[in-house]
Design a binder for this molecule. Structure first.
Ligand code: NAD
Ligand code: UDP
Length: 338
């Protein structure tokens, strides 16, 4: 199949493009580098040993998108393109609604014009909000979102459901990611946050390499096994393979399915620190500080639906996640060259 990956130069899209090509599909990428850069595409081409067709366009630009669909016979789309900084979305909500929703609407218009009916969407566990019991299961009520970013994901899920409701050819898979971490085992591509990282794994690896002095653990008084926050971390390569499985499922089915992509296991912040230290034989200095506003104590996925429908489950361990994160960090101490 020929797959268009919007946002395919980003962290998850770049890993997915590689897994798709390794599974025998063709990838075409559309990305405007708003949160990535051209050297990622160069490195992807090196890993895969071929040149992936690439378009530097804003996915919200209908005319530019139309050209891509005219040049390539696209069979399905995986829509990664979106802004994802939760804190920034609280400060500048219009930017997030504009980018994330407009890009989706433009894509839907051009897909309809070119009779493309298969849509895989990068959704997020944040759509479960802060009112649900754990583990999160797909048929739970969604909403009570904690940021404009999370609302964009939920609104886009609704838009896609509305489109599918009146278009019986449409096949949509809403992939609700838990916490993607790690990097490609080659060490050539990985997560490259701008400035000081907000997320735990990139923060720990920058402490490990000496760019940051110590990890600040946001609270040890949560009702969890050791008092620190618990999340379902999933290796980005497992996550990427989940997209290949979702695509193959979507080709054979119609309608809308929301599917969790996680491991089903929750680990605490202290679990991560300990495993990172043991796996990489390096010390992570840390200090306990107060809770971070908006954080939930603990959540992880129910992963039975992914196994049932996609015949997919995550295989990599927490040690794999820590080892690959560290390899990426040591081989690229300053991230990608600009
Ligand atoms: P990322 O920022 O690394 O990748 C997103 C890519 O989309 C970037 O390369 C960016 O340049 C591009 N982009 C954004 N808006 C665009 C536009 N209008 N036109 C063209 N390109 C555009 O993020 P990621 O971590 O790879 O996440 C991919 C998707 O998965 C996002 O939609 C994100 O919200 C979602 N998601 C990510 C996580 C996570 O923790 N990383 C968790 C849940 C969901
Ligand atoms: N966390 C932390 N220190 C940091 C970053 C994160 O203690 O510098 C904790 C955070 O409170 C949460 C867990 O690590 O319990 C995962 O946080 P992350 O931001 O990576 O993911 P999210 O909270 O968005 O699921």
């Amino acid at each position: 199949m020929n797959i268009l990956l919007t946002g395919g130069a980003g962290y998850i899209g770049s890993h997915t493009a590689i897994e798709l090509i390794e599974a025998g599909h063709n990838a075409v990428i559309a990305d405007n580098f708003v949160n990535s850069n051209p050297s990622i595409v160069k490195r992807m081409n090196e890993i895969i040993g071929q040149t992936i067709p690439f378009y530097n366009i804003d996915v919200a630009d209908v005319a530019a998108l139309d050209e891509v669909f005219c040049k390539h016979k696209i069979d399905a789309v995986i829509h990664f393109a979106g802004l994802k900084a939760v804190g920034e979305s609280v400060q500048i909500p219009v930017k997030y609604y504009r980018n994330n929703i407009d890009s989706t609407l433009s894509l839907l218009e051009i897909m309809a014009k070119h009779n493309v009916h298969t849509f895989i969407f990068s959704s997020s566990a944040t759509v479960y909000g802060n009112m649900n019991n754990i583990p999160y299961i797909e048929n739970m009520h969604v909403g009570h979102c904690s940021s404009p970013y999370a609302w964009t994901k939920l609104f886009i899920e609704q838009i896609l459901a509305d489109v599918a409701a009146v278009n019986s050819d449409f096949s949509v898979v809403l992939l609700r990611y838990f916490n993607p971490v790690g990097a490609h085992p080659s060490g050539k591509i990985g997560e490259n946050p701008n400035g000081i990282p907000n997320n735990l794994f990139p923060y720990i690896s920058q402490v490990a390499i000496g760019k940051l002095a110590e990890l600040k653990i946001f609270g040890n008084d949560y009702p969890t096994k050791d008092g620190t926050g618990v999340r379902d971390y999933i290796h980005v390569v497992d996550l990427a393979k989940g997209h290949v499985a979702a695509l193959e499922y979507a080709e054979k089915h119609k309608g809308v399915e929301a599917i969790n992509l996680g491991t089903g296991t929750g680990y605490s912040v202290l679990d991560i620190v300990k495993t990172f230290e043991q796996t990489n034989n390096i010390k992570i200095p840390y200090q306990i500080v107060s809770r971070r506003a908006g954080d939930i104590a603990e959540y992880y996925a129910d992963v039975s639906k992914a196994l049932l429908l996609l015949n997919w489950k995550a295989k990599k361990t927490l040690a794999d996640m820590c080892r690959d994160t560290w390899r990426w960090q040591t081989q690229n101490p300053d991230g990608y060259e600009k």
